[in-house]
Design a protein around this ligand. Structure first.
Ligand code: ATP
Ligand code: MG
Length: 519
């Protein structure tokens, strides 16, 4: 008898002869045999050496084989134990089998009986081990699946609980089975209170029926679905809560499992909308106040020249009514008329600037190359600058994307800035103009800097206000920068100024490369 695995067998017998012979027979058969002369030392050896099989005699002084069997099974129920009995000891053998002995053999031990018993024990051991391995694999798999399921379940629960929208799911009969935290907050009910309740009870009167009809009509989101339906829920203490509701029937295979509803609290949305309206109203009020101020300053600015014109016109009418127009008077009249002309020009300049500023004039949008605008402005103001000893440094990009804009109005903007710079450098200086493209922000930038007198800290916040000027009477209207601001704004752009008194000023205009006319 040859075996593959080297099995370790413990033999317990008080007969040294039997011990020896059995051990030799086992070793011959390919087992590793260890021996113990009595039950006590046999159990000790069993614990220490962990044999695969134990063969124990039943009748022994001290603790007998049945006791040895019991204790070994207590320590390790899977250990295979073969008991050896005298032929007359059949009762003991039966008792041993009841205590889960693998087998029994009778004395004198025949090699054949031993071989058969050992093989059976080994088979039992192997089958038991395979069964155990199999069971533990199944257990392991089951644990993993259970863990996986628990994880998915927790994630889904978390998902439902973390939703900002209120979520209610009900079964086929309309009984609430899921009621998330946002829902609790929205209605003021704890989920235990509503669990098992009919979902219809949460709707305001008439709303549940409407909801069901729409859900099944398929008109608003498809069959068994309802998308963004305005409805009303009834909260704690009868509070009416306006909601936006989306819902879907939960279908598994062919079976209708119920309905899941998502509720958005309209009160929040309405609050936000109200805030926007309030803000717009405030802005409008602000605008009206500014317009009032502007109207007052316009009246003031136009009143003086108009009064002058009126005076001269009346004077001329009175003189003409006398009937004679001497040479001397005719010369005077020419003087009056030219004064009237310049005052009228002033009025018309104020009006046209204000039109540009107040968005009343129309903008003609077409693709514009900003470098071309700048070049044209440099040419237009070149003579003036040369006279005033101003050197121009231009750094104009050649491959700017064309922007959508009004060429003439943009030219007006740049001219206003150049004229201001010229005024700021009566003793000469340097005017730097640059154009560039910011690809990251998709905008075209214009920069105009001078080395002039600069702007004081107190004046800086007011330079874009209409009629703000530090120039002497008749020299400036204070409309250049406000007009520029208005035009840039209508091109969806921005204008910035920085200045240091005594050193100079810099203006920067940014225009979106894809701007469209506003208003
Ligand atoms: N480059 C600059 N350097 C110094 N001060 C400036 C410059 N640009 C503008 N300012 C200041 O801002 C004020 C307002 O400029 P704005 O162009 O609006 O009006 P103005 O030049 O005074 O008059 P207008 O342009 O209507 O003839 C100017 O009076 C001046 O004080
Ligand atoms: Mg100006």
């Amino acid at each position: 008898m040859r075996i593959e695995k080297r099995w370790k067998v413990l033999i317990i017998d008080d007969d040294p002869g039997i011990l020896k012979v059995t051990a030799i027979a086992l070793e011959d058969a390919g087992y590793t045999a260890i021996t113990a002369p009595d039950g006590e030392s046999g159990i000790e050896l069993c614990v220490r050496e962990s044999p695969d099989l134990v063969i124990t005699d039943i009748r022994m002084p001290g603790i007998d084989g049945i006791e040895v069997l019991k204790r070994i099974k207590q320590i390790d129920p899977d250990r295979e134990v073969i008991v050896v009995t005298a032929f007359s000891d059949i009762n003991h053998a039966i008792r041993a089998l009841q205590l889960d002995a693998s087998d029994f053999i009778t004395k004198p031990i025949s090699e054949q009986a031993l071989t058969v018993a050992l093989k059976r024990a080994r088979d039992r051991y192997t089958t038991r081990k395979e069964l155990r391995d199999y069971t533990s694999t199944i257990e392991q798999r089951w644990m993993e699946t259970a863990e996986e399921l628990a994880k998915t379940f927790h994630l889904q629960k978390l998902l439902i609980e973390s939703s900002i929208d209120g979520i209610i799911a009900c079964d086929r009969e309309g009984k609430i089975v899921i009621f998330n935290r946002s829902m609790e907050q929205m209605l003021g009910y704890a989920r235990d209170t509503v669990s098992g309740m009919q979902i219809d009870e949460l709707f305001c009167r008439g709303e549940a029926r409407k909801f069901r009809e729409l859900l099944d009509s398929g008109e608003f989101g498809g069959q068994g679905k309802l998308f963004l339906h305005e409805s009303c829920l009834s909260g704690q203490h009868g509070a009416r809560i306006p909601v936006q509701l989306s819902a879907a029937r939960m279908i598994q295979g062919e079976e209708d499992m119920g309905v899941v509803c998502f509720f958005r609290d309209e009160r929040e949305i309405r609050k936000l909308a109200q805030e926007v309206v309030d803000q717009a109203r405030l802005l409008h009020q602000d605008k009206m106040i500014s317009l009032g101020k502007l109207a007052a300053s316009v009246v003031h600015e136009i009143n003086n020249p108009l009064a002058g014109i009126l005076n001269y016109a009346r004077l001329m009418i009175r003189i003409l009514s006398r009937g004679d127009l001497s040479q001397e008077l005719s010369t005077k009249f020419q003087g009056y008329l030219s004064l009237m002309e310049s005052e009228l020009e002033r009025c018309s300049k104020i009006v046209s600037n204000l039109l540009a500023f107040s968005r009343k004039s129309r903008l003609e949008f077409s693709p514009v190359d900003i470098s071309e605008v700048l070049n044209k402005c440099i040419n237009l103001s070149g003579h003036k600058m040369a006279l005033q000893n101003i050197r121009v440094e231009a750094d104009l990009s050649r491959d700017l994307p064309r922007i959508q804009g009004d060429f003439n109005q943009l030219q007006q903007c740049v001219i206003n800035l150049i004229f201001n710079a010229i005024d700021a450098m009566p003793e000469g200086g340097v005017l730097s103009l640059a154009s560039s493209f910011d690809a990251d922000r998709d905008l075209v930038r214009i920069s105009i800097r001078d080395t002039g007198c600069g702007i004081s800290k107190e004046d800086l916040p007011h330079v874009f206000d209409p009629f703000f000027t530090t120039k002497t009477e008749g020299k400036g209207l204070g409309l250049g920068l406000s007009t520029t601001f208005g035009i840039v704004d209508r091109h969806n752009g921005t204008i910035r100024v920085e200045s240091e008194p005594g050193k100079g000023s810099g203006f920067e205009i940014e225009l979106p490369a894809n701007s469209r006319p506003l208003g």
